[in-house]
Design a protein around this ligand. Structure first.
Ligand code: FAD
Length: 422
């Protein structure tokens, strides 16, 4: 008989796990997926493109109903899991029903952080996480509206772009001194800012929001330095927090996320966590690729194959049309690293490669990102790049894998090489 396996969460990690499990051992588990959102799993990454009007919301479903049916997976969507009994091994649902499990997987994702500032509860303050948020944004922030986006990270900029495309007058407020500081070095961030501003989006850096103003709805934002910006709507995109309360209340170890080991298992045997809700070696990942890596390792583990998750190398693309930007790995050079820079602000191209011990450890590309995935492969594989180092910055087409003599003496090889046009 199939062992009952319950997945809580009907998002991207859950769908990938169902896929990986059924490909490896269809029928080994009787899988039930419980999802709070009242719809089939969709590609959350594409929400920014939906907001920008570049993809229809009906086109982002990850798998049709027949896919789930054909694999015998029970889908309980539109239904929240409200309690877990790890001793009785049951999950209680919001409608009062309960599901038994032998194995349980948390794939509950994250929720947007809402800062504790006055005005956050006003109508017109919106976050950006699911399809419903898009309807709200469209309803509150249309053509001609003035919208403030709090947060100049990936999500905030993608929201700002979508809103500007819809005709809103957008101001991005960012707490730090450069945009996307977690993905970009200062130079690439400046180039990005110029491109964003050229789209008519205002960017205010070092902007610490004191409060959101308004009597009955949003009227503006006041910064701690006293400046105010008028707004009919405010989109808050300052970060995410793992959905881990359900696990915590079931006695499962939680820090920033649900704590898992290298087998993606929690402190309770047979109870696992994957995707954004999981914390592995102190890290909660906020991107989809690590969630997919979790799903693959856990699927192996669940069928008894040896598998271990060692952490992920992160890579980011900004989904703003006309902005080619790619960042991966450890892109801020530090002690013991060399860097190669190629920069031509005139044509808007910037490439920075960071190496340690003849291995590529990080890359930032702006303008020309064609080789981004190739650089990512080099980072992930830890390949020896010494043979192609002379041409590495020019990309795959120029970097023959045949060994070449270094163009600079080894003694000078630790100095940064800068190929910069004025
Ligand atoms: C607008 C946007 C753009 C993004 N762009 C990118 C990008 O370009 N690249 C990238 O790598 N990542 C991007 N991401 C992040 C990416 O979408 C996430 O990393 C990915 O969705 C994580 O998958 P997950 O399954 O862990 O979480 P989710 O996809 O969030 O799924 C979790 C699901 O669990 C459900 N749930 C929570 N609690 C319960 C409960 N108690 N009972 C039942 N169900 C519950 C939630 O409702 C949700 O449906 C973006 C995210 C957003 C919002």
């Amino acid at each position: 008989m199939s062992e009952p396996l319950v997945i809580i969460g009907n998002g991207m990690a859950a769908a990938r796990l169902a896929d990986e499990l059924s490909a490896r051992a269809l029928g080994r588990y009787a899988v039930a997926v419980v999802g709070e959102e009242p719809r089939l799993t969709y590609n959350r990454v594409l929400l920014s493109s939906v907001l920008a009007g570049e993809v229809a919301s009906s086109d982002i479903e990850l798998k049709p109903p027949s896919w789930w049916r054909d694999r015998g997976i029970t889908l309980r969507y539109g239904c929240r899991a409200t309690a877990i009994d790890t001793a009785a091994r049951t999950v209680t649902l919001a409608d009062g029903q309960s599901l038994e499990f032998s194995k349980l997987v948390f794939a509950t994702g994250s929720q947007p952080i809402r800062p504790a500032i006055p005005g956050m509860a006003l109508p017109g303050v919106i976050t950006f996480r699911d399809i419903n948020d898009i309807w709200t944004i469209w309803h509150r922030a249309g053509s001609g509206d003035r919208v403030v986006v709090i947060g100049g990270g990936l999500l905030g900029l993608e929201a700002a772009y979508g809103l500007a495309k819809a005709g809103a007058k957008v101001t991005v407020l960012h707490l730090m001194d450069r945009l996307m500081e977690r993905q970009l070095d200062p130079k690439a961030a400046r180039m990005l800012q110029r491109t964003i501003e050229a789209m008519g989006i205002e960017v205010v850096l070092n902007a610490d929001t004191a409060e959101i103003n308004g009597a009955n709805r949003v009227e503006g934002v006041t910064l701690k330095d006293g400046r105010t910006i008028e707004a009919n709507a405010v989109v808050v995109a300052i970060g995410i927090r793992a959905n881990a309360d359900l696990a915590r209340s079931a006695g499962i170890a939680v820090k920033r996320g649900i704590v898992v080991d290298d087998a993606l298992e929690t402190n309770i045997p047979g109870v696992h966590a994957i995707g954004e809700c999981a914390e592995h070696r102190g890290i909660c990942y906020g991107l989809v690729e690590p969630a997919y890596e979790h799903a693959s390792v856990l699927a192996d583990h669940l069928i008894g194959r040896p598998a271990r998750y060692d952490g992920s190398v992160l890579a980011t693309n900004l989904k703003v049309s006309g902005v080619n930007l790619f960042s991966a790995g450890d892109f801020l050079a530090s002690d013991g690293t060399d860097e190669i820079l190629l920069s031509d602000p005139g044509i808007g191209i910037y490439k920075k490669l960071v190496m340690r011990d003849d291995r590529l450890v990080g890359a930032v590309l702006f303008g020309d990102t064609a080789d981004g995935l190739w650089y990512l492969d080099l980072i992930r594989s830890g390949a020896d790049i010494a043979p192609m180092r002379n041409d590495l910055v020019f990309g795959r087409a120029f970097s023959a894998t045949t060994p070449k003599k270094p163009c600079i003496p080894a003694a000078e090889a630790s100095a940064p090489i800068t190929l910069e046009a004025a």
